[in-house]
Write a protein that binds this ligand. Structure first.
Ligand code: C2O
Ligand code: CU
Length: 490
């Protein structure tokens, strides 16, 4: 966009105080890293090819057989791993009885590759193939998943890990942990669950605690079983073990591809030093527990200095239940694990909040280092209609909703306010946004939680990736019943 020199000079003349973002700090003009976008991606020329088949699959949880839909026969789908700047080429074969797409959650890709059905592409029909291909613009912890209807609430998700060209973080091993709330086949399909929600006027009728109030209401006191809570596709009774050795620095890549559950994660006997939020580096901050909404990711370093067999536990906020993996020291072979329902006290310790997070690159808007206000602000309420089970952004329900206006090159601010009793992890495609957390250097994220009961979230973005982008709640049931808008420009 044309740089407004006059505005800049005027403001500069008035001095810096009080004009910066978030009410404090001075914008640094040198040494700041630029925000990733496809236009800025410098390719390595290397192509990483994967083939993924989306197909019905058998899936066993704690000895019980379910049939679901997954990628390459497993839940989660296979890990895709490549280096920043590589070209990712994925041949998707659709062997499902329904249309599907893949969305590269968190990665700002070129719009036609974004995988939103009927927005960026028609769904890939049953029996057909589609090739996704793009230069991966940035390193970090991402996910891929189907973006059609409630397919995410089956097994159609997997980890996408992008290594930096040069690793700045030192660690000895890494593990990806994908948290899920399993429903498919327990009480019918996700579509059955939605029909039930609608029929019950949002009261969750016969499904009792199953939905537990989508997004974290209190469970309806155990009328029916919970869904299973899973880490990497495994229930607490049958946990995966992560092997470590005393002295290791262990990098955990935490991801929440679940449809309806905000998790709180902690490692018994250890603290977590959070190094990345939604893929991008933050100033390291050490906490006991991390809250992770649907669609969010955190990377954390765990210093393995306390031998034993420990619970890595994820508990659903506002519901009963626990998902876990085990941290197993080689020095402690033969020790037996804690019981499946043991809740580490760390879950109640110091909890990471957005106010703790600062961008590691000390970046802030506007990127060109000029002082000005945002070019445009969207004030949006988040609300639901429990009578018909429908969710709204600013009173409008997708697809009968106006796109949110943005022009290319603009600095845009979103102010969100939650007029409902549920969590809303709001996700924007194609961009990172900077959470305004009072530091003036908030973290860049692509998904951020808006707390229930008048919770607020404010973030800024630069419209640097033209296209039609989805902005929506990452609770699959909220998205599917209207909590989405388009942001289109260019
Ligand atoms: Cu992870 Cu629009 O989605
Ligand atoms: Cu929501």
């Amino acid at each position: 966009r044309a740089i407004d020199r006059k505005k800049f000079l005027g403001l500069a003349g008035a001095g810096l105080g009080g004009l910066a973002l978030g009410g404090c700090g001075v914008l640094s003009t040198d040494g700041r890293r630029r925000l990733p976008s496809p236009a800025r991606a410098s390719g390595t020329g290397r192509v990483r090819e994967y083939a993924l088949e989306a197909a019905p699959a058998g899936f066993e949880i704690a000895g019980r057989e379910f049939s679901t839909w997954g990628y390459d026969g497993g839940v989660p789908g296979p890990e895709l791993r490549l280096t920043e700047g590589d070209t990712l080429r994925v041949r998707l074969k659709n062997a499902l009885p329904a249309g599907t797409t893949i969305h590269w959650h968190g990665l700002p890709v070129e719009n036609p590759m974004d995988g939103v059905p009927d927005v960026t592409q028609p769904p890939v029909r049953s029996g057909e193939e589609f090739v996704y291909e793009f230069v991966v613009p940035t390193a970090g912890t991402y996910m891929y998943h189907s973006h059609v209807g409630l397919q995410l609430d089956r097994g159609l998700y997997g980890p996408l890990i992008v290594e930096p060209k040069r690793e700045e973080l030192s660690y000895d091993r890494e593990y990806a942990l994908l948290l899920d709330d399993w429903l498919d086949g327990v009480f019918g399909t996700p579509e059955d669950a939605l029909a039930e929600l609608r029929g019950a006027g949002g009261m969750m009728g016969g499904m009792g605690g199953m939905m537990g109030g989508p997004g974290g209401g209190p469970a309806m006191s155990g009328a029916v079983d919970h869904p299973y809570y899973l880490v990497n596709g495994r229930a607490a009774e049958d946990p995966a073990s992560l092997a470590v050795r005393r002295g290791d620095r262990v990098r955990l890549r935490l991801m929440n591809p679940s449809s309806d559950t905000v998790f709180r994660f902690a490692a018994a006997g250890h603290r977590l030093t959070v190094t990345h939020a939604d893929g991008l580096p933050v100033r390291p901050v050490t906490v006991d527990a991390v809250r992770i909404g649907m669609g969010e990711r955190y990377d954390a370093i765990l210093e393995a200095n306390n031998p034993g067999v420990w619970q890595l536990a994820a508990v659903p906020e506002g519901k009963d239940g626990l998902a876990r993996a085990l941290l197993r020291y080689e020095e402690s072979r033969g020790e037996s694990p804690p019981p499946a329902n043991a809740r580490p006290p760390e879950l109640g310790g110091r909890l990471l909040s957005y106010a703790d997070l600062r961008d590691a690159g000390e970046r802030s808007f506007p990127e060109d280092g000029l002082f000005s206000g945002p070019d445009r602000t969207h004030e949006l309420t988040l609300s639901g209609d429990m009578g018909s089970y429908a969710w709204h952004i600013d009173g409008q329900r997708y697809p009968d909703a106006d796109p949110l206006e943005v022009r290319e090159g603009e600095w845009v601010r979103f102010n969100l306010q939650n007029h409902s009793m549920m969590w809303h992890p709001m996700h924007l495609h194609g961009h990172f946004f900077q959470v305004r957390n009072g530091t003036g250097r908030g973290p860049f994220k692509d998904t951020a939680l808006v707390e229930p009961h008048m919770g607020e979230l404010s973030f800024d973005l630069v419209a640097n990736n033209p296209g039609e982008w989805f902005f929506h709640c990452h609770n699959a049931y909220h998205m599917e019943t209207g909590m989405a808008r388009l942001v289109s420009y260019g």
